[in-house]
Design a protein around this ligand. Structure first.
Ligand SMILES: CC(C)(COP(=O)(O)OP(=O)(O)OC[C@H]1O[C@@H](n2cnc3c(N)ncnc32)[C@H](O)[C@@H]1OP(=O)(O)O)[C@@H](O)C(=O)NCCC(=O)NCCS
Length: 155
């Protein structure tokens, strides 16, 4: 399945349950933050999906923090479609939209630094950004034992 057969498009409400299924699997493994379907619906305009012949096989979302700073989050590709260039397509789409908006820096919190390093991100101390930007951290069960790696890319 070449990545050229897959398009990355804005998510629609009808994609919410597919996004939830994709992210839930990795959340159960402790690789990603859990996002209940109600939360995905509330933020559906922030999501992009990878669509392969009408099937949603991957997703990611963007979140704005300042006019120059944003985050890419909830990036996931269905296990059977991994390592086929889909993650790259999703990140490139998100970065293109952020660039159009005038964003200059994008960060991620991840347990997969290898992939983001390949995408041009560099590791930073979490303190690089003011603590308050780690919006989701206060609701995270790992709060005091955070093992995620912060990475940033200048667009
Ligand atoms: C991370 C993830 C989204 C990557 O998507 P993917 O479709 O498998 O990745 P791609 O095939 O687009 O890989 C793009 C490049 O990154 C490389 N890459 C992918 N994962 C890598 C890793 N763990 N370490 C190093 N390089 C990696 C690929 O080899 C490829 O390199 P190439 O272009 O030179 O061939 C996917 O593996 C996934 O869903 N993982 C589980 C959830 C997760 O960890 N999400 C990130 C949370 S922030």
């Amino acid at each position: 399945m070449p990545a050229t057969d897959t398009c990355v498009r804005n998510a629609r409400l009808a994609d919410a349950s597919a996004i939830s299924r994709i992210t839930q699997g990795y959340a159960d493994e402790g690789i990603m933050l859990k996002r209940p379907v109600e939360n995905i619906i509330e933020h559906i305009r922030d999501f992009f999906v990878a669509d392969y012949n009408g099937r949603v096989i991957g997703c990611c979302a963007i979140a704005f923090y300042t006019v120059k700073l944003a985050e890419i989050r909830s990036l996931a590709v269905l296990d059977e479609f991994r390592s086929k260039g889909i993650g790259r397509l999703l990140v490139e789409k998100a970065e293109a939209v952020l660039t159009e908006e005038g964003v200059e820096e994008v960060f991620v919190l991840t347990l997969n630094p290898g992939f983001f390093s390949k995408m041009g991100y560099r590791q930073i101390e979490k303190e690089y950004f003011p603590q308050k930007i780690w919006r989701d951290c206060t609701n995270c069960p790992k709060l005091m034992a955070c093992d995620e790696i912060a990475m940033v890319k200048t667009l």
